[in-house]
Design a protein around this ligand. Structure first.
Ligand code: WTA
Length: 663
């Protein structure tokens, strides 16, 4: 295990006591999309299994080979096949006579709503594709998307897919710095943004961050963004550069609704999604077209037991994260679903907003994150109790381990004790859900993601890559290639191999970076990261990334960041900072540093707590012992300090704890 990593033994033994089991409801079993036979089928011949799943999509040219694993870990899936992702998500449903079905029930935070049918979606995606083409976007060009959760976000992604122009969606909560580095890293030619979006009852600007990011990309990195396409959402004043900025409502609305789409090689890049790794530089996860779409569509069908004619599906993720890519845009639309998208926060204008939306649209399948569930638990069951949630038939969870109490509350209070809860484990890198119950097959256990889906190989292994016996913990690995696996890191094949495939190179396993446990039945309980990646409210943040943001402040000499357990957000960012001697010391420095991190990375990375310390605990080789800092951050007795170069340091740090600032 890497230094500072903990395999939480207490968690292990706590989970051992969880004995509640929930059988799938009989009606769901009777009509389930996927039965236990799928496990046998895929085990018998995994390539044949995935070839069958690939038939859910329309291929312009059929593939000739399912998997090319001749040069591992560089996979090619469905080689020879030609396909267009946007065509599969939109046009083919219209062609099948389902044009009048609602694709998106949009709910804006201020209360405005808009229904978009598949026929309308086809028109708008075609118009946006024509507008982008007119701005000079051609196959292979990268387009950055920085938008609120409005229909244009989905339309923009699909328009890029239609043109074969890989998109990189950047979460609207990221700062201009983070946006600039992503724009530069993937060499985005065009940025699609909005004047702003609505958050917590007020308009929140986006365009100024794009202007800043564009300037930074040019000045700092020498990368020029050619055009910026701007959706008008809030009507806020925006600075305007006539040579660069173009209004969406001008360029897109006036474009033709006819667009002949091209079909691309199955391995044509579909998108790059940046995520935090163990170093300061975010990784550009590359997903390609055919395999990704097969994986997203199959797992959405299987895990959510989706019935496209009758279900109303809602995933609360933002499209700035992988969940929004796979389970809002690509999987659900490839399956022709009707879904809700909501722009705002759960407490705006009141704390029952989500439940009100479920009641209003008759949502049947609901997919959210444990951090949200824990927040609702805190607010109390009376709030959801005021709404009719009886339309719900299936609940999903993603992003971090769901603790048994939150699982049971979710099932009980939101699901009226009728609905299965599917705890879905996956990553930006995997593109699709990998470990999850099947709702018509699996007896759910609160806190367990259960086992690998059909067509997926997962194992828990020890240091040497040997599977651990049932009842023990170890590292979570994926043992065989899968269609929606990342193909590489954008522009960095070496880092791709090193990060994911070197740890268990001998066995050829993909190392996920998570610790896990197999219980007595062999079911998997994911315990969280074993590396220097934190999971705050289901968002991945790297300790190093935040440390480098802190040390970029002139007052900071050195910084160490750890993720400390937090009741609501799973983990919270805690920073230990050594100030420069020249730094002005005063109560304000902490606030200033917190704001500095928000500016450098985004508000989600703001430390919950910053402690100003005289020294950091280091080993003789100079490695910071995060394990000890985590003890301090979590108010525990500090553990074994014998490997410290100077063991008196922890006394100094612990003594200073009382003066730490928190808000
Ligand atoms: C964590 C989000 C436990 C895990 C889709 C993983 C989970 C990281 C679960 C990926 C789950 C995600 N149970 N842990 N059901 N789902 N994780 O890339 O640590 O944003 O490695 O993808 O989230 O985060 P990412």
């Amino acid at each position: 295990m890497t230094a500072g990593a903990t395999m939480p033994d207490e968690t292990l033994s706590n989970l051992m006591h969880e004995t509640r089991r929930f059988a799938p409801p009989a009606d769901l079993v009777a009509a389930a999309n996927v039965t236990a036979a799928a496990y046998d089928e895929s085990a018998a011949d995994q390539e044949a299994f995935w070839a069958t799943q690939a038939r859910r999509l329309d291929w312009d040219t059929d593939f000739t080979r399912v998997l090319d694993w001749d040069n591992p870990p560089f996979a090619k899936w469905f080689t020879g096949g030609r396909i267009n992702a946007a065509y599969n998500c939109v046009d083919r449903h219209v062609a099948a006579g389902r044009g009048d079905q609602v694709a998106l029930h949009f709910v804006g935070e201020p209360g405005d709503t808009r229904d978009v049918t598949y026929a309308q979606l086809q028109d708008e995606v075609s118009q946006a594709a024509n507008a982008l083409a007119a701005l000079g976007v051609t196959t292979g060009d990268r387009v950055a998307i920085y938008l609120p959760m409005i229909p244009e976000a989905v339309i923009a992604m699909l328009a890029c897919a239609r043109l074969g122009a890989p998109h990189t969606v950047v979460f609207g909560g990221f700062s201009s710095d983070a946006l600039a580095s992503r724009i530069t890293d993937c060499g985005a030619k065009v940025v699609i943004t909005a004047d702003g979006g609505y958050r917590r009852g007020a308009p929140s600007a986006l365009k100024p961050a794009v202007d800043e990011a564009r300037a930074k990309a040019a000045d700092r990195d020498g990368h020029r963004v050619e055009r910026v396409l701007v959706v008008r959402r809030t009507g806020q004043e925006v600075a305007w550069d006539d040579d660069v900025d173009v209004w969406w409502h001008g360029a897109v609305a006036s474009a033709s609704t006819e667009h002949q789409c091209e079909f691309f090689d199955a391995e044509h890049p579909l998108f790059v999604m940046y995520t935090s790794g163990t170093t300061g530089k975010p990784k550009g996860i590359l997903h390609t077209t055919g395999g990704y779409l097969v994986g997203a569509a199959y797992t959405h069908h299987a895990v959510f037991d989706l019935k496209p004619e009758t279900d109303v599906y809602w995933c609360t993720a933002d499209i700035g994260w992988i969940t929004g890519h796979s389970y809002i845009t690509y999987g659900p639309l490839a399956n022709g679903v009707t879904q809700v998208i909501y722009e705002g926060t759960p407490d705006s204008p009141h704390k029952g907003r989500w439940w009100e939306i479920i009641q209003q649209y008759g949502v049947t399948i609901f997919y959210t994150a444990p951090t949200a569930i824990r927040t609702f638990m805190k607010w109390g069951r009376d709030i959801p109790g005021e709404f009719d949630l009886s339309s719900l038939r299936l609940l999903g969870s993603v992003g971090e381990p769901i603790n048994p109490e939150a699982y049971v509350w979710y099932r009980n209070v939101i699901g009226g004790d009728r609905t299965p809860v599917v705890d879905t484990w996956w990553q930006t890198e995997t593109g699709m859900i990998m470990i999850s119950p099947l709702p018509g097959v699996t007896h759910g256990k609160p806190g367990s993601a259960m086992k690998a889906l059909p067509g997926v190989g997962a194992e828990v292994v020890d240091e040497n890559g040997v599977p651990v016996p049932n009842g023990s913990g170890g590292y979570l690995v994926l043992t065989q290639p899968w269609p929606s696996m990342l193909r590489t890191l954008w522009g960095d094949d070496d880092r791709f191999v090193e990060t994911y495939w070197s740890r268990f190179a001998e066995q050829g396993y993909y190392f996920a970076g998570d610790g896990a446990k197999k219980d007595e039945d062999g079911d998997i309980w994911v315990l969280g990261r074993v590396d220097d990646v934190m999971n705050v409210s289901g968002h991945r943040l790297s300790t190093t990334e935040i440390e480098s943001a802190l040390v970029s402040h002139p007052s900071v000499a050195e910084a160490a960041v750890v993720g400390a357990a937090d009741e609501t957000t799973g983990q919270a960012v805690c920073a230990f900072v050594i100030l420069r001697e020249s730094a002005a010391t005063g109560g304000d420095v902490v606030t200033e540093l917190r704001n500095h991190v928000a500016k450098e990375i985004g508000a989600i990375a703001k430390p919950r707590q910053i402690m100003i310390v005289p020294e950091l605990p280091k080993t003789r080789s100079g490695k910071i012992m995060r394990r000890l800092l985590r003890d301090v951050a979590e108010n525990r007795k500090v553990g074994d300090t014998t490997t410290l170069a100077d063991s008196s340091i922890m006394d100094l740090i612990s003594a200073g704890q009382a003066t730490s600032t928190e808000d």
